[in-house]
Design a protein around this ligand. Sequence first.
Ligand SMILES: Cc1cc2nc3c(=O)[nH]c(=O)nc-3n(C[C@H](O)[C@H](O)[C@H](O)COP(=O)(O)OP(=O)(O)OC[C@H]3O[C@@H](n4cnc5c(N)ncnc54)[C@H](O)[C@@H]3O)c2cc1C
Length: 579
Amino acid sequence: MSVAEERRTATSVLVIGTGAAGLRAAIELAEQGVQVLCVGKRRRDDAHTVLAAGGINAALGTMDPEDSWEQHAADTLREGYWLGDPVSIELLCREAPHAIDDLVRWGAQLAREEDGRLSQRFFGAHSWRRTCFAGDYTGREIQLTLGKRAAEVGVEIRDDVYVTRLLVHDGRISGAYGFDVDNGSRLLVVADAVVLAAGGHTRIWRRSSSRRDENTGDAMRLAAEAGCRLRDMELVQFHPTGMVFPEESSGTLVTEAVRGEGGVLRNAAGERFMERYDPERLELSARDRVALANYTEIIEGRGTERGGVLLDVSHLPRELILNRLPRMYRQFVDLAMLDITQTPMEVAPTAHYSMGGVRVDAASHATEVEGLYAVGECATGVHGANRLGGNSLAECLVFGRIVGAEAARWSRGLDVHVRDRTAIVFAREEVDELLARRGEEFARPLQRAVRDLMSECCGVVRSEGGLRKGLVRLAEVEDRARALDVRPDIAGYADLAHAFDLHGALLAARATLDCALERRETRGAHNRSDFPDLDPGSQVNLTWALDGMLEREPVSPAPAWISGRSLDADLGNPDRLLE
Ligand SMILES: Cc1cc2nc3c(=O)[nH]c(=O)nc-3n(C[C@H](O)[C@H](O)[C@H](O)COP(=O)(O)OP(=O)(O)OC[C@H]3O[C@@H](n4cnc5c(N)ncnc54)[C@H](O)[C@@H]3O)c2cc1C
């Protein structure tokens, strides 16, 4: 590759990711008058955020005036099985109403009651109705609103830019390297600060609510190779309700709003089985519990022939379904030729959300590399062992703004900026080397092999034997990946992107398996068949580094806002979590 084919650019802050988190950070930077470049490997209007359906949380109290940010925070901490960071949670819940204000000010069309109040719906395991929504197109509405606002404030955005490596010198960020997915031209961005907002790693399971080529663990690889540690990678949320058929749509999400609006779960015998698992909250129990219930019904033979359970809304008025769940109606007609107003949906757990990710400071979301921040689904800290539905979009907006302000502060305060030629050469040669490889393996089948092994060895329920088998199989795939054949063609450089996606998936899979092995207990989304109980001694976060080093970090103590809510007694007693 000649250096002439490499475009160089400089900016104060580079944001990697054009989903809700990245765009919100970029807007804050632009509003503060800081030069910002925002890049994404997909088109900006097609970032994963557009899939978000059911809603975004904020304790506005428009429907239930008793609600408060403290109760939102208590719900989040408690339902996360006390692994979330109280400082992050407090910020999330205090600031979420301001995030909604911003959205409304920028023109987001959120659902309203007849008198003009913002509507708020119930989401599983929340004490009050606090989920704002735009039908079941909430993510799309937010993405479009942020995109419009970013254009208004002059954020420079480039689509189809794949970032392959962060440039670091002496523990400090200096930019990033990547290529254009369409034409393969290289891009070297020199930046004072970098905001990593590149999503999670749930596409490394076979049944996943992510589309192809997204959530492949890129953010985790970029951060870990830059010198950051990852945290709680084993804590992956399996959403209880993913589509089961047709095969090519398997895993596609059936939003929690379906249950929020009154959808009922039944097994093949017609039994409303949630009465056995959580008689009080039934289908609106926490996600981890409903996912485990669905999994258990299926694995114990009470599921449908295709391996699902039934989710039924046919008892609800047709008009309500068409108004409140339009996407679900259309999704089942389009993909499965099924009218959900008449016929139950077949569903099963699907890998959905990375609760673990890049280890960040609880308040600023600064990583362990100076000038590098992580935000959105790629960061960790808020959700503990079980994310409450609707909290992720809120997290993207709240911490997107905070991280934008932090990166602006860092950039303004920087005295010296060192560009490390060695780091640049290394990044360039890494891409050159991949393009020159002529082995007998292709990225797609190897990605499939990773998904198979993660599904079979590290799914909803795990065990030591299965996880160890997963590590052996992973080592085989890692070996095969050394013989990759990467051939861009007339249609573009997607093959090179797949190769890097594969590297992200391999690293994320290893970190997940290692952490899952280390957490010898059942907590939230992490179910160990060989350790079925919650272990109070394991109320720790697990940090993982590229050299394989795993550490147990004690979680921060319960904060003041929790006192008086008699929640401390929940600690170590999962049954109390139901109250
Ligand atoms: C079907 C579905 C429904 C959901 N519903 C809800 C909901 O109702 N409420 C809720 O709160 N949450 C919901 N979620 C979760 C929520 O949508 C996500 O957690 C959130 O949108 C993540 O936003 P993000 O900005 O962190 O990342 P993303 O939106 O995933 O954006 C990642 C960005 O990084 C870019 N990128 C990735 N790798 C690279 C690379 N190597 N180089 C350059 N760019 C890169 C991508 O192109 C993209 O622009 C849902 C998720 C799914 C799948």
